[in-house]
Design a protein around this ligand. Structure first.
Ligand code: SER
Length: 318
């Protein structure tokens, strides 16, 4: 019987992942924690506790006391926020990871998921169809922390037998919980502003292609990787995951098919430089082969779904 801890349950990924895991493993076997209060559906559907991943002793006690067997560590300061507080972001991102790696080493919670990101790549990486193994010279604090984290994950697997698993998420698009402080956040904000105001001011230029993925696909693949036969996993750093690549202009054009009066003004800010160093598209053939990565959403389905759900969400709130 698996007993699962999700750290960062109030965030963009965690708030959806917890509910999906509870559906599979049973509400009482999925423990949700964060330093922030989660959405009601999380705190009401199963165990929730305020817990700081940076507090190693408390984390270890929690894991032992609750007989946890797997951990998803989703706590992180995202790319654009990290650029505002570089040393603090490095400290938080790395300590959060090292604490969960150490807990996995010292307890029965041997299986650990930790998200990496397309931010591990940098301006010297081939931008199109970026391979799994390639030049990696990230130039953001977030990217450096993710690349270092991948190396540490693989190290703990080889040296201490920690069952470390990871994917390099592209930008994630969701309507339940908005992301905060990322460079790919425009692809979520644009939908909320389209529904609310029919207008969006975009902080990236219209032709910036980035890889993105709808949250349903991201969650499904994350769980798929965690459930995969360990023998099949040829990589213990982090798997490329491609999703769908598009520009802000292409996304706006798709939204306009539903909302003909929608308009976008492009005012690139400091985040443009971050985006310019990231891949435009990714090769994820190793993940497809090793553990069967699949994605169901293309831009059209994703836009249909996002607009419908955000419309429902904003209208029920009023
Ligand atoms: N979506 C993240 C960000 O923009 C990248 O992993 O920071």
């Amino acid at each position: 019987m698996e007993r699962i801890l999700v750290i960062g349950c109030s965030g963009q990924i965690g708030s959806e992942l917890v509910l999906e895991l509870r559906g599979i493993y049973g509400n009482h076997n999925v423990f949700a924690t964060d330093i922030k209060t989660p959405p009601l559906e999380i705190s009401e559907s199963g165990p929730f506790q305020i817990l700081d991943v940076l507090d190693y002793k408390n984390l270890l006690h929690f894991v032992v006391r609750n007989k946890i067997t797997q951990v998803y560590n989703l706590a992180a300061v995202l790319s654009s926020n990290a650029e505002k507080i570089p040393l603090q972001a490095w400290d938080i991102n790395m300590r959060a990871l090292m604490n969960t790696l150490q807990v996995a080493r010292k307890s029965e919670a041997k299986k650990l998921f930790w998200p990496s990101s397309i931010a591990v790549f940098g301006p010297s990486t081939p931008r199109h169809n970026t391979p799994q193994l390639t030049i990696m010279e990230p130039n953001t604090v977030y990217g450096i922390s993710k690349l270092a984290g991948e190396r540490w994950g693989e190290y703990f697997f080889t040296k201490y037998g920690v069952d470390f698993r990871s994917v390099r998420y592209p930008g994630l698009i969701s309507y339940k919980t908005e992301p905060g402080g990322g460079t790919t956040d425009y692809a979520v904000e644009i939908f909320f502003d389209a529904v609310k105001n029919n207008y969006y001011e975009c902080f990236l230029s219209e032709n910036t292609t980035l890889p993105m993925m709808f949250m349903d696909d991201a969650i499904k693949n994350t769980i798929r990787l965690m459930e995969a036969d360990p023998e099949k996993l040829s990589l213990r750093s982090s798997y490329n995951m491609a999703g769908i690549s598009f520009t802000p202009k292409e996304l706006a054009t798709e939204i306009k098919k539903h909302k003909p009066d929608f308009s976008v003004v492009y005012k690139p800010d400091f985040r443009q430089k971050i985006a310019d160093g990231w891949p435009a598209s990714i090769d994820d053939s190793i993940a497809r082969k090793d553990w069967g990565l699949i994605d169901d959403y293309d831009v059209k389905n994703m836009v249909d779904h996002m607009l419908k759900k955000i419309d429902e969400k904003l209208n029920t709130k009023q």
